[in-house]
Design a protein around this ligand. Structure first.
Ligand code: NAD
Length: 246
Protein backbone atom coordinates (compact mmCIF):
# COMPACT_ATOMS: atom_id res chain seq x y z
CA UNK A 1 0.00 0.00 0.00
CA UNK A 2 1.32 3.41 -1.00
CA UNK A 3 1.90 5.75 1.96
CA UNK A 4 -0.28 8.90 1.80
CA UNK A 5 1.51 12.16 2.54
CA UNK A 6 0.44 15.72 3.31
CA UNK A 7 3.30 17.77 1.84
CA UNK A 8 3.75 21.35 3.08
CA UNK A 9 5.80 23.53 0.72
CA UNK A 10 4.70 21.39 -2.23
CA UNK A 11 5.37 24.15 -4.77
CA UNK A 12 8.98 24.76 -3.68
CA UNK A 13 12.24 23.22 -4.90
CA UNK A 14 12.21 20.45 -2.27
CA UNK A 15 8.44 19.94 -2.51
CA UNK A 16 8.66 19.38 -6.26
CA UNK A 17 11.58 17.01 -5.83
CA UNK A 18 9.69 14.94 -3.21
CA UNK A 19 6.57 14.79 -5.42
CA UNK A 20 8.66 13.69 -8.40
CA UNK A 21 10.20 10.64 -6.71
CA UNK A 22 7.46 9.73 -4.20
CA UNK A 23 6.11 6.92 -6.42
CA UNK A 24 9.56 5.26 -6.59
CA UNK A 25 9.55 5.08 -2.78
CA UNK A 26 6.08 3.56 -2.33
CA UNK A 27 4.48 6.89 -1.37
CA UNK A 28 2.10 9.41 -2.91
CA UNK A 29 1.26 13.06 -2.20
CA UNK A 30 -2.36 12.83 -1.05
CA UNK A 31 -2.58 16.51 -0.11
CA UNK A 32 -0.14 19.14 -1.43
CA UNK A 33 -0.09 22.37 0.61
CA UNK A 34 1.52 25.69 -0.26
CA UNK A 35 1.01 29.35 0.67
CA UNK A 36 -2.70 30.14 1.00
CA UNK A 37 -3.83 26.49 1.41
CA UNK A 38 -5.35 25.15 4.64
CA UNK A 39 -3.50 22.00 5.80
CA UNK A 40 -6.34 21.21 8.27
CA UNK A 41 -8.47 20.10 5.32
CA UNK A 42 -5.93 17.45 4.32
CA UNK A 43 -5.24 15.85 7.73
CA UNK A 44 -7.87 13.12 7.30
CA UNK A 45 -6.43 12.15 3.94
CA UNK A 46 -2.84 11.48 5.04
CA UNK A 47 -0.90 9.01 7.18
CA UNK A 48 2.10 11.30 7.63
CA UNK A 49 2.95 15.00 7.27
CA UNK A 50 6.13 16.25 5.58
CA UNK A 51 7.20 19.90 5.95
CA UNK A 52 9.72 21.54 3.60
CA UNK A 53 8.43 25.12 3.53
CA UNK A 54 9.31 28.25 5.52
CA UNK A 55 10.03 28.45 9.27
CA UNK A 56 6.73 30.32 10.01
CA UNK A 57 4.73 27.37 8.70
CA UNK A 58 6.28 24.61 10.84
CA UNK A 59 4.92 25.35 14.32
CA UNK A 60 1.22 25.76 13.31
CA UNK A 61 1.57 22.61 11.17
CA UNK A 62 3.17 20.68 14.07
CA UNK A 63 0.31 21.78 16.37
CA UNK A 64 -2.21 20.58 13.80
CA UNK A 65 -0.38 17.26 13.31
CA UNK A 66 -0.28 16.72 17.10
CA UNK A 67 -4.02 17.41 17.42
CA UNK A 68 -4.72 15.02 14.53
CA UNK A 69 -2.28 12.38 15.82
CA UNK A 70 -0.27 12.36 12.57
CA UNK A 71 3.47 11.58 12.58
CA UNK A 72 5.64 14.25 11.06
CA UNK A 73 8.87 14.71 9.11
CA UNK A 74 10.37 18.21 9.36
CA UNK A 75 12.98 19.37 6.86
CA UNK A 76 12.40 23.13 7.09
CA UNK A 77 15.29 25.04 8.68
CA UNK A 78 15.87 28.45 10.28
CA UNK A 79 13.63 28.21 13.40
CA UNK A 80 14.51 30.27 16.48
CA UNK A 81 15.02 28.68 19.92
CA UNK A 82 11.45 29.44 21.09
CA UNK A 83 9.94 27.79 18.00
CA UNK A 84 12.30 24.82 18.36
CA UNK A 85 11.32 24.37 22.03
CA UNK A 86 7.59 24.41 21.22
CA UNK A 87 7.99 21.92 18.38
CA UNK A 88 10.08 19.62 20.62
CA UNK A 89 7.34 19.81 23.31
CA UNK A 90 4.80 18.53 20.75
CA UNK A 91 6.87 15.36 20.27
CA UNK A 92 5.38 14.10 23.54
CA UNK A 93 2.19 13.58 21.49
CA UNK A 94 3.44 12.40 18.07
CA UNK A 95 6.61 10.89 16.60
CA UNK A 96 8.64 13.48 14.67
CA UNK A 97 11.74 12.97 12.55
CA UNK A 98 13.43 16.37 12.49
CA UNK A 99 16.63 16.73 10.51
CA UNK A 100 18.54 19.70 9.18
CA UNK A 101 19.71 17.37 6.43
CA UNK A 102 18.12 14.16 5.16
CA UNK A 103 20.99 12.85 3.05
CA UNK A 104 22.67 9.58 4.05
CA UNK A 105 26.13 11.04 3.35
CA UNK A 106 25.56 14.06 5.60
CA UNK A 107 24.31 11.87 8.41
CA UNK A 108 27.51 9.88 8.08
CA UNK A 109 29.35 13.23 8.28
CA UNK A 110 27.50 13.94 11.59
CA UNK A 111 28.60 10.54 12.88
CA UNK A 112 32.24 11.04 11.81
CA UNK A 113 32.26 14.58 13.26
CA UNK A 114 31.08 13.21 16.61
CA UNK A 115 33.92 10.67 16.62
CA UNK A 116 36.52 13.27 15.49
CA UNK A 117 35.33 15.79 18.11
CA UNK A 118 35.71 13.13 20.82
CA UNK A 119 39.16 11.99 19.70
CA UNK A 120 40.45 15.50 18.94
CA UNK A 121 39.18 17.08 22.15
CA UNK A 122 40.39 20.51 23.27
CA UNK A 123 43.34 18.90 25.11
CA UNK A 124 44.73 17.67 21.80
CA UNK A 125 44.98 21.25 20.48
CA UNK A 126 42.81 20.98 17.36
CA UNK A 127 40.75 24.08 16.45
CA UNK A 128 37.33 23.27 14.90
CA UNK A 129 35.81 25.39 12.11
CA UNK A 130 32.58 24.68 10.16
CA UNK A 131 32.28 25.97 6.59
CA UNK A 132 29.18 25.68 4.41
CA UNK A 133 28.22 26.86 0.93
CA UNK A 134 24.75 27.07 -0.65
CA UNK A 135 23.02 28.58 -3.68
CA UNK A 136 22.35 32.33 -3.81
CA UNK A 137 18.61 31.93 -3.09
CA UNK A 138 19.01 30.33 0.36
CA UNK A 139 17.43 32.56 3.00
CA UNK A 140 18.87 31.40 6.34
CA UNK A 141 22.48 31.15 7.58
CA UNK A 142 24.21 29.13 8.82
CA UNK A 143 22.46 26.18 7.18
CA UNK A 144 20.51 23.71 9.35
CA UNK A 145 23.24 21.16 8.63
CA UNK A 146 25.99 23.53 9.77
CA UNK A 147 23.94 24.25 12.91
CA UNK A 148 23.83 20.52 13.66
CA UNK A 149 27.59 20.16 13.07
CA UNK A 150 28.21 23.10 15.43
CA UNK A 151 25.89 21.51 17.98
CA UNK A 152 27.81 18.21 17.86
CA UNK A 153 31.13 19.99 18.48
CA UNK A 154 29.61 22.29 21.15
CA UNK A 155 28.27 19.29 23.07
CA UNK A 156 31.53 17.41 22.81
CA UNK A 157 33.62 20.38 24.02
CA UNK A 158 31.01 21.77 26.43
CA UNK A 159 30.91 25.13 24.62
CA UNK A 160 28.06 27.67 24.58
CA UNK A 161 26.39 29.54 21.69
CA UNK A 162 28.50 32.59 22.61
CA UNK A 163 31.66 30.60 21.86
CA UNK A 164 30.67 30.15 18.22
CA UNK A 165 32.28 32.87 16.06
CA UNK A 166 30.02 33.51 13.04
CA UNK A 167 32.51 34.94 10.54
CA UNK A 168 35.44 37.12 11.60
CA UNK A 169 36.12 40.68 10.61
CA UNK A 170 38.44 43.44 11.85
CA UNK A 171 40.86 43.21 14.78
CA UNK A 172 39.37 40.10 16.36
CA UNK A 173 42.61 39.12 18.10
CA UNK A 174 44.10 35.64 18.44
CA UNK A 175 41.80 32.67 18.12
CA UNK A 176 40.72 31.48 21.58
CA UNK A 177 41.16 27.72 22.10
CA UNK A 178 37.55 27.37 23.27
CA UNK A 179 35.88 28.65 20.10
CA UNK A 180 34.28 27.21 16.94
CA UNK A 181 34.38 29.25 13.75
CA UNK A 182 31.29 29.18 11.53
CA UNK A 183 31.39 30.48 7.94
CA UNK A 184 28.56 30.65 5.40
CA UNK A 185 29.34 31.11 1.70
CA UNK A 186 26.55 31.87 -0.79
CA UNK A 187 26.49 31.84 -4.56
CA UNK A 188 25.37 30.27 -7.82
CA UNK A 189 23.39 27.06 -7.73
CA UNK A 190 25.38 25.12 -5.10
CA UNK A 191 23.04 22.48 -3.63
CA UNK A 192 24.99 22.19 -0.35
CA UNK A 193 28.65 21.77 0.67
CA UNK A 194 29.75 21.25 4.29
CA UNK A 195 33.27 20.96 5.68
CA UNK A 196 34.28 20.36 9.29
CA UNK A 197 37.88 21.29 9.77
CA UNK A 198 40.03 20.45 12.79
CA UNK A 199 43.24 22.48 12.53
CA UNK A 200 46.12 21.25 14.69
CA UNK A 201 49.80 22.13 14.86
CA UNK A 202 51.54 20.49 11.91
CA UNK A 203 48.41 18.74 10.61
CA UNK A 204 44.73 19.27 9.92
CA UNK A 205 41.75 17.07 9.24
CA UNK A 206 38.93 18.05 6.87
CA UNK A 207 35.69 16.13 6.62
CA UNK A 208 33.72 17.25 3.56
CA UNK A 209 30.36 16.36 2.06
CA UNK A 210 29.15 17.83 -1.24
CA UNK A 211 25.56 17.48 -2.41
CA UNK A 212 25.05 17.80 -6.16
CA UNK A 213 21.37 16.84 -6.44
CA UNK A 214 18.60 17.75 -3.99
CA UNK A 215 16.92 14.41 -4.72
CA UNK A 216 19.19 12.95 -1.99
CA UNK A 217 17.23 15.03 0.59
CA UNK A 218 13.89 14.09 -0.98
CA UNK A 219 14.75 10.37 -0.91
CA UNK A 220 15.85 10.65 2.75
CA UNK A 221 12.66 12.48 3.74
CA UNK A 222 10.52 9.77 2.12
CA UNK A 223 12.59 7.05 3.86
CA UNK A 224 11.98 8.90 7.17
CA UNK A 225 8.25 9.20 6.42
CA UNK A 226 7.94 5.43 5.99
CA UNK A 227 10.05 4.78 9.10
CA UNK A 228 8.19 7.18 11.45
CA UNK A 229 4.71 5.74 10.90
CA UNK A 230 3.86 3.54 13.90
CA UNK A 231 6.76 4.77 16.08
CA UNK A 232 6.00 5.89 19.67
CA UNK A 233 5.77 9.67 20.26
CA UNK A 234 9.21 11.28 20.48
CA UNK A 235 11.85 13.26 18.69
CA UNK A 236 13.90 11.27 16.19
CA UNK A 237 16.84 12.16 13.98
CA UNK A 238 17.86 10.87 10.58
CA UNK A 239 20.60 8.98 12.40
CA UNK A 240 17.83 7.03 14.16
CA UNK A 241 16.24 6.31 10.77
CA UNK A 242 19.58 5.10 9.36
CA UNK A 243 20.60 3.24 12.51
CA UNK A 244 23.76 5.35 12.99
CA UNK A 245 24.58 5.74 16.66
CA UNK A 246 27.48 7.91 17.84
P1 NAD B 1 11.61 27.04 -1.61
O1 NAD B 1 11.64 28.50 -1.27
O2 NAD B 1 11.93 26.61 -3.00
O3 NAD B 1 10.19 26.42 -1.25
C1 NAD B 1 9.44 26.72 -0.10
C2 NAD B 1 7.97 26.55 -0.43
O4 NAD B 1 7.23 26.74 0.77
C3 NAD B 1 7.46 27.60 -1.45
O5 NAD B 1 6.69 26.97 -2.45
C4 NAD B 1 6.62 28.52 -0.58
O6 NAD B 1 5.54 29.12 -1.29
C5 NAD B 1 6.11 27.55 0.48
N1 NAD B 1 5.64 28.19 1.69
C6 NAD B 1 6.09 29.33 2.29
N2 NAD B 1 5.37 29.61 3.39
C7 NAD B 1 4.43 28.64 3.48
C8 NAD B 1 3.36 28.40 4.39
N3 NAD B 1 3.14 29.21 5.41
N4 NAD B 1 2.59 27.31 4.18
C9 NAD B 1 2.83 26.48 3.13
N5 NAD B 1 3.80 26.66 2.22
C10 NAD B 1 4.60 27.74 2.41
O7 NAD B 1 12.60 26.35 -0.55
P2 NAD B 1 13.26 24.89 -0.62
O8 NAD B 1 14.61 24.98 -1.24
O9 NAD B 1 12.26 23.92 -1.17
O10 NAD B 1 13.50 24.62 0.93
C11 NAD B 1 12.43 24.59 1.84
C12 NAD B 1 12.97 24.44 3.26
O11 NAD B 1 13.63 23.16 3.37
C13 NAD B 1 14.03 25.49 3.64
O12 NAD B 1 13.88 25.80 5.00
C14 NAD B 1 15.35 24.77 3.38
O13 NAD B 1 16.41 25.30 4.17
C15 NAD B 1 14.97 23.37 3.84
N6 NAD B 1 15.79 22.31 3.29
C16 NAD B 1 16.04 21.27 4.12
C17 NAD B 1 16.75 20.16 3.67
C18 NAD B 1 16.94 19.01 4.61
O14 NAD B 1 17.51 17.98 4.21
N7 NAD B 1 16.47 19.12 5.86
C19 NAD B 1 17.22 20.11 2.36
C20 NAD B 1 16.94 21.20 1.50
C21 NAD B 1 16.22 22.28 1.98
Amino acid sequence: MSLSILLCGAGGRMGRSISEISGDHGCHIAYPVDLGDDPAEGMDRCEVVIDFSLRDATLPLARLSATSGKPMVIGTTGHDSAEKAEIVALTSKIPVVWAGNFSTGVNLLFYLTEIAAKVLDSQSDFDPEVIEMHHRLKKDAPSGTADRLLEIIKLSRELTDEQVAHGRSGMVGERPAREIGSHSLRGGDVVGDHTVLFAGIGERIELTHRATDRKIFAAGALKAAKWVVGKPPGLYSMQDVLGLVG
